[in-house]
Design a protein around this ligand. Structure first.
Ligand SMILES: *Cc1c(COP(=O)(O)O)cnc(C)c1O
Length: 363
């Protein structure tokens, strides 16, 4: 067996221990004589799996009791519609557009009501986070929407926007569980799990109870109402059962490693290795405003498309996979989620240093 260093933005690297454990339990889950994939979602064994997953997530994120945790399907993208369908009481919402994912959410919301773009960083290819301390938030906005970590561009909100009392909704797909959060500051926090937690197909929605309403927009399908899933503890229909089981294992792995405080420390240390190298490099450079840099997604370029392509190819040959930047921006991007070991980043930097020297750049 040989494993590569996988810098994919998503689906992405998972903890090896978790994968090994899942492999060990594949044919016979804890004496049930079957795989979790083959098991009824109404069985006692599965009930324990999903309940423990929720309890561990609550513990990790210190989720207050007046918030529900929902394990849903449809990816993060389905939330682009579910959020307005369930929350747009006044049919008005304000969006802060800091990248492709926020833009897609903003465009989807326009199907349902008046979505206003109150700030954007598109003028500089989304390479920074706009000042959100005093935005023209509408008094009757049902919510203010952000994408907290911009996977494609590598920026992150270091302080949450001043929503002037309106409900904050955040897509945290690519920074989920990478550091502690104060859940009480949000109305809804959600994310697809394939970036930092588990297999694609599961989206976790953490929602304040008063936002789970009977009165949703007319025509909202049963499956797209938060209430349907909240009333049934995410078991209204068959949930993405195997995916939730893996998420549960990752939650336990995080707890064993010391929880989100410890993860933050580890992630900061890991990201600094790469950013410090980029800041000193004569060939490579980061593309994001320093104070807005993400701990999870690190885009960089050489300034030459040819050299970028050469780098990506040679890196792949050396066992560093998926370093090509998003198709919309080019260059390179190293995604260094929770499960990327620090050695992976150290070795990548050593490889970059060697590439620099081989391509005629003297430090
Ligand atoms: C990947 C990603 C999405 C889209 O996720 P899907 O599960 O593919 O719908 C949305 N938002 C962010 C921030 C992402 O990184």
């Amino acid at each position: 067996m040989s494993r590569v260093y996988n810098f994919s933005a998503g689906p992405a690297v998972l903890p090896e221990e978790v994968l090994q454990e899942a492999a060990d339990e594949m044919l016979d889950y804890k004496g049930t004589g079957m795989s979790v994939m083959e098991m009824s979602h109404r069985s006692k064994a599965y009930d324990t799996i999903i309940k423990e997953a929720e309890a561990d997530l609550r513990d990790l994120m210190k989720i207050p009791d007046n918030y529900k945790v929902l394990f849903l399907q449809g990816g993060a993208s389905q939330q682009f519609a579910m959020i307005p369908m369930n929350l747009m009481k006044n049919r008005k919402a304000d969006y802060i557009v800091t990248g492709q994912w926020a833009k897609k959410a903003y465009q989807e919301a326009q199907l349902f009501g008046e979505a206003r773009k109150i700030a954007s960083s598109e003028d500089e290819t989304f390479s920074y986070i706009p000042d959100c301390s005093d935005l023209p938030v509408s008094e009757d906005a049902d919510y203010v929407y952000i994408c907290e970590n911009n996977t494609i561009y590598g920026t992150k909100f270091k302080t949450l926007p001043n929503t002037k009392g309106r409900t904050l909704v955040a897509d945290v797909s690519s920074c989920f569980l990478s550091e502690p959060v104060d859940v009480s500051k949000y109305g809804v926090i959600y994310g697809g799990v394939q970036k930092n937690i588990g297999p694609a197909g599961v989206v976790i929605v953490i929602i304040r109870e008063d936002l789970i309403r009977e009165e949703v927009l007319p025509g909202t399908p049963t499956m797209l109402r938060y209430k349907t899933h909240a009333d049934n503890d995410s078991l209204y229909n068959t949930p993405p059962a195997y995916g939730i089981y893996i998420c549960g294992k990752v939650f336990k792995w995080l707890k064993k490693r010391g929880g989100l405080e410890a993860m933050k420390e580890y992630n900061e240390k890991k990201a600094a290795i790469l950013y410090d190298f980029l800041d000193g490099s004569k060939l490579f450079r980061g593309t994001v405003r320093r104070e807005d840099r993400s701990l999870m997604n690190v885009p960089f370029i050489t300034g030459s498309e040819e050299l970028d392509a050469k780098f990506v190819k040679e890196a792949k040959d050396a066992g560093f996979e998926n370093l090509k930047g998003h198709r919309s921006v080019g260059g390179m991007r190293a995604s260094i989620y929770n499960a990327m070991p620090i050695e992976g980043v150290e070795k990548l930097v050593a490889f970059m240093r060697k590439f620099e020297a081989e391509n005629g750049v003297v430090r």
